[in-house]
Design a binder for this molecule. Structure first.
Ligand SMILES: Cc1ncc(COP(=O)(O)O)c(C=O)c1O
Length: 401
């Protein structure tokens, strides 16, 4: 049986062959340890790491000294939240504010901190009646929660289930105007897709990883603002003192080189890729809608907000198929690789907390599926996917009635 059409690009992406080619020499010919700089093997590895750090930092408007390599966005989020809390363990400024639709890699560390006497406030998102702002954090509620005791506000840039993009620059100005709160963003889904500049966004900490942008798994980074104000974190992993003592462990040079190449390609090709993804998504959505007029999109329609910012990721569809269980639909479409929510929450078999926060009831959540496209998808795959979904929905409905 041929492999299913891959429509799960929010979970992970295919590594671009050009990224594989860039990594290749660092497995074999250039296998040195970047920390062993007493010989040429080590210095070559160190130079490759520093050149990659420069490329990645520049891609987000940061200075290379502001970037720490980690194993992925989960670790970056943990380091940002728990590392900051540890640093402020003795301070009265210890409140964390975040949003109900965050990834578990933010919510779970926050839960741990709440258990250690760090007050945590989770803001709701706008309901369906907010139209284009459906799924965005409530900008009227945020200022009411910010106090002199707020240590950090953590708001993801783009959601991994709905693709909803948060108005981060507005959130940053609210933080600056109402308190000294620092701002962290989980930019894992946005990186490579949105033009992103840490100074323009005015964030203090930013987490991301390579495998969502056609880079390798197991490598991520945390941007840590160096000045005005300098952000200090407590390391979570101690050992050899790599990454300025903030994240000990031998650096995975091939993965770092691949990360840099992936981000470089994403940047160079962003506008053409976005255009193509827009065409693919429109085609898929039009076909699904014309076959199944009663299905609907969870979250706002694709488009721009009043400031010109996109409302959701161009490659995302999160669709509700009334009267059909998403899990059954997936079982009846083995030719398609889709998902009923976040891959990273498969250990939590509860209905999506993201869709619940958007105001969907349990039935609506269970009848929803997430589709995520990439530039490696073909237009014919969109037609094929839509007709497979339509046939499976018709079959399941006929079976039910
Ligand atoms: C928004 C978001 N944050 C964090 C993560 C975790 O990233 P990683 O797999 O690099 O640890 C993911 C992965 O699904 C994600 O989508």
């Amino acid at each position: 049986m041929p492999r299913p059409i891959y429509l799960d690009n929010h979970a992970t992406t295919q590594v671009d062959p050009r990224v594989v080619a860039a990594m290749e020499p660092y497995w074999t010919e250039q296998f040195g340890n970047a920390g062993s700089t007493s010989h040429a093997w080590g210095t070559a590895a160190r130079d490759a790491v520093e050149s990659a750090r420069e490329t990645i930092a520049r891609a987000i408007g940061a200075d290379p000294s502001e970037l720490i390599f980690t194993s992925g966005a989960t670790e970056s989020n943990n380091l940002a939240l728990r590392g900051l809390a540890e640093r402020h363990a003795a301070s009265s400024r210890r409140q964390f504010i975040s949003v109900a639709t965050e990834h578990r890699a933010v919510l779970d560390p926050l839960q741990r901190l709440a258990g250690r006497d760090f007050p945590v406030t989770l803001l709701p998102v706008e309901p369906r009646s907010a139209g284009a702002h459906w799924g965005r954090v409530s900008l009227t509620q945020l200022p009411t929660q910010l106090t002199a005791d707020t240590l950090l506000v953590s708001v993801m840039l783009a959601n991994n289930e709905t693709g909803v993009i948060q108005p981060l620059a507005q959130i940053a100005s609210l933080c600056r105007a109402n308190s000294d709160a620092l701002l962290h963003t989980d930019a894992t889904q946005a990186i490579g897709k949105l033009a992103l500049d840490v100074r323009q966004l005015d964030v203090d900490l930013l987490s991301f990883s390579a495998h969502k942008l056609h880079g390798p798994k197991g490598i991520g980074a945390l941007y840590i603002r160096r000045k005005s104000p300098p952000i200090r974190l407590q390391p979570l992993i101690d050992g050899g003192g790599q990454e300025k003592g903030l994240r000990s462990g031998t650096l995975p040079v091939p993965l770092i080189v691949g990360f840099a190449r992936a981000i470089e390609l994403a940047q160079q090709e962003r506008s053409a890729t976005q255009q193509r993804l827009d065409e693919l998504r429109q085609r898929l959505w039009q076909q699904i809608q014309s076959a199944l007029p009663d299905c609907s999109l969870n979250g706002p329609a694709h488009g721009l907000d009043e400031t010109g910012q996109p409302l959701r990721l161009v490659n995302n569809l999160n669709i509700q198929f009334p009267g059909v269980e998403g899990a059954s639909l997936m079982l009846h479409t083995p030719e398609l690789a889709m998902s009923s929510g976040s891959a990273c929450t498969s250990a939590h078999p509860t209905p999506s907390h993201v869709l619940r926060a958007l105001g969907l009831d349990d039935d609506a959540v269970r009848s929803s599926l997430r589709l995520g496209l990439s530039q490696f998808n073909a237009m014919e795959e969109m037609d094929e996917a839509a007709s497979r979904i339509a046939a499976a929905v018709a079959h399941l409905r006929a079976f039910k009635s």
